[in-house]
Design a protein around this ligand. Sequence first.
Ligand SMILES: Cc1cc2nc3c(=O)[nH]c(=O)nc-3n(C[C@H](O)[C@H](O)[C@H](O)COP(=O)(O)OP(=O)(O)OC[C@H]3O[C@@H](n4cnc5c(N)ncnc54)[C@H](O)[C@@H]3O)c2cc1C
Length: 553
Amino acid sequence: MHKDERAIDVAVIGAGPSGLMIANLLGLYGVRADVFEAGAELIDFPRGVGMDDETCRTFQAAGLVDAVLAHVVPNQLLVFVDHKQRDLARIAPPPAGFGWPRRNGFVQPLADRVLLDGLARFDTVRMHWSTRVTGLTQDPAGVELTVAGPDGERTVRASYAVGADGGSSATRKALGLGFAGASADADWFVIDVRNDPLGRPGAYVCADPRRPYVSISIPHGIRRFEFMLNPGETEEQVMTDEFVTRLLRPLVPPAAKVDTIRRRVYRHHSRMAESFRSGRVLLAGDAAHVMPVWQGQGYNSGIRDALNLSWKLAMVVRGLAGEQLLETYESERREHVRAMIQLSTWVGRLVSVRSRAGAAVRNGFFRAISAVPRAKSYIVTMRFKPMPTMTRGALTRVGSPGDASPVGRLFIQPTVRTRQSPSIRLDDALGPWFALLAWNNDPREILDDDARRRLARLGARLVAVRPAGQLAARPAEGADDDPATGDPAVGDVDGSLQRWFEAHATSVLLLRPDRIVGGASPAYAASEMVRGFDLAAGAPSPEFGPARTEPVA
Ligand SMILES: Cc1cc2nc3c(=O)[nH]c(=O)nc-3n(C[C@H](O)[C@H](O)[C@H](O)COP(=O)(O)OP(=O)(O)OC[C@H]3O[C@@H](n4cnc5c(N)ncnc54)[C@H](O)[C@@H]3O)c2cc1C
């Protein structure tokens, strides 16, 4: 067995969407990452079919959103119907302000391919196919992986490892972490077809007590059907053409051509790892949590993990933060994941009611709440979806007390103007790393020397935010683009930034790379807020020890 001598900052185990997104973001942040994938290629069958606005925003952060939009149906309508096809709930949410539609249909293998292709942009990222991680040990200085690949077995050393190796994660097992929760008591049968015989857009969930099913239009002429299996229906039996034709009969006439891509029996699980971290090894995606598909949040939760974890790993390996920053991955993600599992499990129970009496009660309940405008709006606008709301983590709350604090929440993403670009999404104007935003002030003028040094060390952009018209002011009258750093002044085109700042008792924000508000304060307390964030993120010392200086792409 030989040793691989290349210095690896982060070993990523598994090239599913979670591992691939982590590798892309690490590449973007200038981190040396190696991805080890047991398979010879990407898993190519459709799995996830729902992409939310937060995931679109993460693809945007990774520089891959245009490529993935080629495989997305934006604003997909979701309709729950009863056995007579009468509406129970119709969910067509308006944009939530994060820059992307809230519900979208997509084809997972094609989105995974976009992520894989994205890795080619980074010299610091290497992909190892047909290479299974078979063992893992760690010591205070790093992690040693045993990998079995085309050239036999070898050991690889990395500073940190991320187990993104799916629901049956060998990494989780090697760490001895439990995976508590429950598994559903019925199987579901997934049939993906091409040349969609129905062709209608939208996602339909039919809560028929005789056999609940799902019918979803996804891009490129693909349709996903999912049928609940009855007790006694075996995998062998349901895979036959006769059974499939019988299942589809109420939806597609037997004479119609059905071009099946894949048939697959699977079971829903609601489980979460005992911990998402053990020392230098972290878990992400299905390795850390699995949930029923009813909110389409398995995939999206893995992407949320990837975004939350990647910048923290980058900070730690680049010497910008102490290892304690990694503790915040769990404290920031765990409760949100738990809420998503609970919601997904609850919706699954409602859809899967098998008695007629139970279904009648459920249907009556939905009709009753649909008659109450506020309750109906709560459902239609998806306000039931738990949004990331972090109370403990890499956050500081100087000068913004109370529940209304924006700290720990996602910042909005309007389209803005800069002096270089008449129309640009806010995140693109800010760049992929930290940004300090100040409404109606030039941040350089309101920060003290120490805060400016800390932000420079962090690599944060300093961004003045103003009504867009004011960008026309001559530099001498309102100079706020920074010619030295290229940090832009941002113009608020439609008033949404002004409204946001009016609604909060803060005018200066420190936005993290995941676009969570990491700190917020009035202008007079901005320097204190920056110091508070440094402390919360575990900055090594105010004296500024050596940090690696690769630029963030
Ligand atoms: C039928 C179905 C429908 C679904 N529908 C939805 C949906 O609508 N919306 C949604 O959000 N989610 C959905 N999901 C869930 C979604 O597909 C998963 O949550 C997502 O793929 C998880 O991504 P991941 O990267 O965490 O893990 P995976 O995609 O499972 O990737 C793990 C990777 O790790 C590799 N690996 C495993 N062990 C090792 C090892 N020891 N060494 C190296 N590599 C290893 C595997 O080969 C695999 O490539 C669905 C899943 C299924 C099965």
